[in-house]
Design a protein around this ligand. Structure first.
Ligand SMILES: *[C@@H]1O[C@H](CO)[C@@H](O)[C@H](O)[C@H]1NC(C)=O
Ligand SMILES: *[C@@H]1O[C@H](CO)[C@@H](O)[C@H](O)[C@H]1NC(C)=O
Ligand SMILES: *[C@@H]1O[C@H](CO)[C@@H](O)[C@H](O)[C@H]1NC(C)=O
Ligand SMILES: *[C@@H]1O[C@H](CO)[C@@H](O)[C@H](O)[C@H]1NC(C)=O
Ligand SMILES: *[C@@H]1O[C@H](CO)[C@@H](O)[C@H](O)[C@H]1NC(C)=O
Ligand SMILES: *[C@@H]1O[C@H](CO)[C@@H](O)[C@H](O)[C@H]1NC(C)=O
Length: 644
């Protein structure tokens, strides 16, 4: 097999690992025809893009003493204390580094990435909408220009790389926003953008009228600085810069915006999202204590934080930080303690936000900054961790979290997309929250850190249970059984269960959600394939218990009522008649009416076609308002330039 062939592909969602690894690796065939454990070669022989490095780590040992495998889950029909605030089905969204939007969204407003649209449609179908933040380090110097060479929508200025993350200044055109607008006209994606904040005298306000005009109501918020508490460390402010200076800049910004006349509708000044701190230099309280939230209450659509569990920047960009050993780190992402501990510095702030009538977002998060960790971020374990992290943030009264994504670099073309584990977390999370906007989350406080279980409530009534088993035990001896009972109510005769499944926490690709998959490396056009597999578990109505097994490893979403189950099955009725027509090899022309029923699921949102290699000549479809197709991506970039 040729590794060279395999790297000619565009990755998607958190397959980003550029860590050198000394371990043995399992080699996939091209296009993953023989998915697992085909050959082992030393990782040193792998020279492709690290996101597709097939190295796997050794799962942590089975815990000793053995975990408790029969777990009583005693729910209360009403009056359960400490439920979270109500949560949206779109709780788990994505943060996409601005500099890579042209690889993920499309080439321009008429050439959108079909796999991307399908991936978003899958989520919309379950949650009603999807939230995407476009930004990151690259938002800070992004400059709106009239045009770029070769009709590009964005271009990095590689002669002016700055900062420890080697971020290049970015030029972009209105086409980027049109592209986003056109995405939203097809799938209900809602956007956060960032205002460049390095230069404050004057601020570059150009993105504001453009975003307002083009995105309209699809614009959810405008970020005010990205991690301003790291500005001193990254040499963007002098050493005395602190929370009060940031407070002052906000005032300068609002004054300049008002004087500019650029906020024509008056809406932009009410859409600000702040303070977006990493909380590694300033505490949230230091910002709150400036009076920031009261002073700017009318301007703040959301309060916000950014936080990773680890930083892998030492390995990735050699910024002097310690280089992490993935094998040592792996167990940290297979325990409930990590999501719980990460929330501790924010629990006061989520209560503070409630007191101020604001919602707090996690604008950027993931397991490891600077592109993740090989063998940790790109495996099934990361899907379990992602769900636990998202559920724990919801339980902790955050109102949403964007998982940061940046695709791998230096590729010349691609065949198909590779769907990373966190996309599966997002699918399961969308169904765990559902489309009602009423879901409340409660960590049920199960003793073992290997088997977290959450109750999900609507109007105070338990409607779903979400359970994770982090243990990797192929013998089945560590499978758990949740024994659900409902005080003040009765258990139903039967419950429906959907599993997120894989053979091991170190499996790469081919995970299944309710039996369906997006395949292995480079196999996906964004549509789930395979027959949907929903388990029906009979409850013991005399004992008043429902016993549901969760394999080790695995995740189960247990639907306690038919109503919530069918919500998640028929969340959307939106359809759009888009036909794809390209003239390159391996490209399909899709009849939307066929696709509408092809997914083993209900809604007909999947009327979007497939990917193809090479340059394309897109012809305008007769039936569709626009041609959706795949683009040829020929952007070569230094790896570190893309990363968080
Ligand atoms: C979330 O907010 C609710 C409502 O204010 C509160 O009862 C609950 O204790 C909070 N949860 C956490 C983990 O702080
Ligand atoms: C998008 O790119 C395609 C292919 O280069 C081109 O034919 C089309 O005109 C472009 N659309 C816009 C709006 O620039
Ligand atoms: C790139 O950055 C350099 C240095 O800041 C600047 O002189 C140049 O004008 C920039 N080029 C473009 C195309 O923006
Ligand atoms: C879609 O893109 C075109 C330019 O190709 C633009 O004129 C139109 O306004 C866009 N639609 C939306 C909804 O943004
Ligand atoms: C919680 O935050 C508020 C507002 O910043 C602060 O006044 C208070 O001291 C904090 N409480 C704790 C326990 O940190
Ligand atoms: C949930 O909230 C969103 C955003 O406010 C809204 O668009 C949607 O209609 C709501 N869904 C329901 C079922 O109320």
């Amino acid at each position: 097999m040729s590794l060279g062939l395999r790297i000619r592909s565009l990755g998607f969602f958190l397959l980003l690992n550029l860590v050198p690894c000394q371990c043995e690796i399992t080699v996939y065939h091209v296009n993953n025809q023989a998915p697992f454990t085909t050959t082992s070669v030393p990782a040193a022989e792998y020279s492709g893009v690290e996101a597709y490095n097939p190295s796997t780590l050794i799962p942590p040992p089975i815990p000793t003493p053995a975990i408790v495998t029969t777990i009583p889950v005693q729910l209360q029909n009403n009056g359960t204390p400490k439920l979270s605030i109500t949560q949206s089905g779109a709780f788990m969204g994505f943060s996409i580094e601005m500099s890579v939007t042209n690889q993920i969204f499309g080439k321009n407003s008429t050439l959108l990435q079909v796999p991307f649209l399908n991936l978003m449609a899958n989520l919309q179908q379950r949650a009603g909408s999807v939230r995407i933040r476009v930004g990151g380090n690259t938002q800070e110097t992004a400059k709106l220009v009239d045009e770029l060479p070769d009709n590009r929508v964005l271009q990095k200025n590689l002669t002016a790389v700055f900062g420890p993350t080697s971020t290049p200044p970015l030029d972009y055109t209105r086409e980027l926003l049109y592209m986003m607008g056109n995405i939203s006209s097809l799938v209900n994606v809602r956007w956060f953008l960032g205002i460049p904040w390095f230069v404050t005298q004057p601020f570059d306000l150009a993105i504001i009228p453009a975003a307002e005009e083009i995105l309209g109501d699809y614009l959810m918020g405008l970020q005010v600085a990205n991690e301003p508490d790291l500005y001193v460390q990254h040499q963007h402010r002098n050493s005395s810069y602190g929370p009060y200076d940031y407070y002052g800049e906000m005032s300068d910004f609002l004054t300049q915006l008002a004087a500019s006349g650029l906020d024509v509708t008056g809406r932009a000044k009410q859409l600000l999202v702040a303070p977006n701190i990493a909380a590694s230099v300033w505490t949230p309280e230091q910002v709150w204590n400036t009076g920031f939230v009261d002073t700017y209450s009318d301007n703040l659509a959301f309060l916000s934080m950014e936080r990773y569990v680890e930083s892998n920047c030492g390995a990735m960009i050699h910024d002097g930080e310690a280089i992490l050993d993935p094998q040592t780190e792996f167990p940290k992402f297979l325990t409930h303690d990590t999501p719980v501990n990460l929330m501790q510095p924010y629990l006061n702030s989520t209560m503070y936000a409630q007191a101020k009538g604001k919602r707090l977002l996690m604008m950027e998060t993931n397991n490891a900054a600077c592109g993740g960790m090989l063998g940790v971020s790109n495996v099934f374990g990361a899907a379990l961790w992602g769900l636990d992290h998202a559920l724990q943030m919801a339980h902790s009264n955050f109102s949403g979290a964007m998982f940061h994504t940046a695709p791998p670099t230096a590729q010349s073309t691609f065949l198909q997309w590779s769907i990373g584990p966190l996309y599966y977390s997002a699918l399961a999370m969308a169904e765990a929250m559902g489309p009602s906007n009423l879901t409340q989350v409660l960590d049920l406080g199960i003793q073992s850190p290997f088997t977290p279980i959450y109750g999900l409530y609507e109007d105070g009534v338990p409607v779903r249970v979400a359970a994770i088993n982090y243990v990797d035990d192929p013998t089945g001896a560590s499978d758990i059984t949740t024994v659900i009972s409902v005080s003040g109510g009765t258990v139903p005769a039967q419950v429906k269960v959907k599993y997120l499944a894989a053979a091991s926490v170190s499996q790469q690709g081919n995970y299944t959600w309710a039996g369906q998959t997006l395949g292995g490396f480079f196999e996906s056009d964004g549509r789930l394939t395979g027959a949907e597999d929903i388990q029906t578990v009979q409850c013991d109505t005399s004992a008043q218990t429902c016993s549901v097994r969760i394999p080790a490893p695995g995740f189960a979403l247990i639907f306690l009522t038919d109503t919530v189950y069918s919500e998640s099955e028929t969340a959307s009725t939106l359809t759009f008649p888009t036909t794809v027509r390209t003239q390159t090899k391996n490209t399909v022309t899709v009849n939307p009416s066929v696709l509408a029923t092809s997914n083993g699921n209900v809604a007909a949102l999947n009327g979007i076609g497939s990917t193809s290699p090479g340059e394309l000549n897109a012809g305008r479809s007769l039936q569709a308002p626009m041609v959706l197709s795949v683009l040829f991506s020929a952007i070569a970039m230094g790896a570190a330039l893309l990363m968080k």
